[in-house]
Design a protein around this ligand. Sequence first.
Ligand SMILES: C[S@@+](CC[C@H](N)C(=O)[O-])C[C@H]1O[C@@H](n2cnc3c(N)ncnc32)[C@H](O)[C@@H]1O
Length: 348
Amino acid sequence: MDAQNASQPSDESPSEAMLGIISGFLISRALYVLVKLGIPDLLQDQVKSAAELAEATHMHAPSLYRVLSVMVGIGVLAKDDNDHFGLTPLGTTMRKDVPGSLRAWALLQLGEGYYQTWGDILHTVETSETAFKHLFGMDVWQYRALHPEQSQLFDESMTNLINVFNQAILDGYDFSSVQQIVDVGGGNGSLLINLLKGNPHIKGVVFDAPHVVEGAKPRIEAAGLGDRCTVVGGDFFDSVPSRGDAYILSRVIHDWDDEHSIAILKNCRSVMSPEHKLLLVERVIPAHIDSSSKSRSVLVSDLNMMVIVGGRERSEAEYGALFEAAGFKLTRVIPTRSMMSIIEAVPV
Ligand SMILES: C[S@@+](CC[C@H](N)C(=O)[O-])C[C@H]1O[C@@H](n2cnc3c(N)ncnc32)[C@H](O)[C@@H]1O
C-alpha cells in the first residue's frame, strides 16, 4: 500500500493534514457551543450579528464572535459583508425540527458525558473496561435509566439518526411476505412507525426497556397506528415477545460484545420458527478497510462502541459467526443507499 498517499488530499502536506486531524476535537467542541446555545434555531431564515446572538444567549459577544468565525471556517455558517452570520445547508442539520436533524446527536456526543468519556479512551485500550463505566461506575443503560434527560436525548438522537437512514432501509427490503414484525430494542418506535405506514398489511410490536417504550406510545397514537402497533416493555436478556414472523434489531447488536449479542439472538431464536426471518440493521465493516469516508465512519463507530457501551461493529464473517452460535444462518447482506446494511438470517 502506498501509505504516503493513503489519506491526504493531494493539496495538503502530511503535516498540514495531521494538524487538521489533531484539531478535530477543538472544532467539535466549538460546534457543541453553537448547538448548546441553540444558535442554529435562532438563525432560522435570518442572519444575525454576533452581538445580537450574544444578547439572545447571554454570552460574551467578542468570544462568541470567535466561535462563530470558526463555524464559518468549517462551512457550518456563512458570514456576509455586514458581519452577519447565517446558516449553510451543513449548519441546518444542527436545527431542532428539520428532517435529518443531527442536533440531539451532537449534544449527546459532544456534551459532558461522552466527551469526558472519550478523554479516558486510554483506560479502555489498556483494560478493555468501557471508559464510561470507569468514570460513572455503571453502564450507560443503567445511567440513562437514572437520568431521564439523558435518556430522552439519546432516544431523540436515535430517532433523528434512524430517520436519516429510514427510507433507505425500508426501500432496501421486501416486507411483502411479513405479517407481524417485532422491533427488538425499537426505542421510541420511529423505524416501526415508518415501516407500518409503508406496509399497511403488517402489524408490529415495539419492544424495549419499560422507560423507553413509554416514549413510543404517544408517537404510535399520533401516527394513527394504535390498532396495528403494540408496545411491550421488558429486558431482551430475559425474553422477547413471541408473536412475530419477522424480528428486526436496528443498531442493537453493535451495542454488545459477542457473549451478550448471542444471548439476545438466542432469545429471539427461542420464539421463532424455521420460516421466520431475523433482520439486523447495522453498518458492516468492509473486508478491505481504507481511508474512504465509508470505512472511516464504521471504524470510528466501532471505537465509540468500545469506549461507551462495550460493543463493536462487525464484518459479515463476524455476523455469520454470531448467528451460528445463536442458532441462525446468515442468508444475505443487503447494502442500502445509506451507510446501514440489512443483514438477514433464518433459524436453523
Ligand atoms: C442504539 S439504540 C437503537 C434504537 C433503535 N432500534 C434505532 O435504531 O434507533 C439500542 C436500544 O436498545 C435498547 N436496550 C438496551 N438494553 C436493553 C434491554 N436489556 N432490553 C431491551 N432493550 C434494551 C435501548 O433502550 C435502545 O433503545
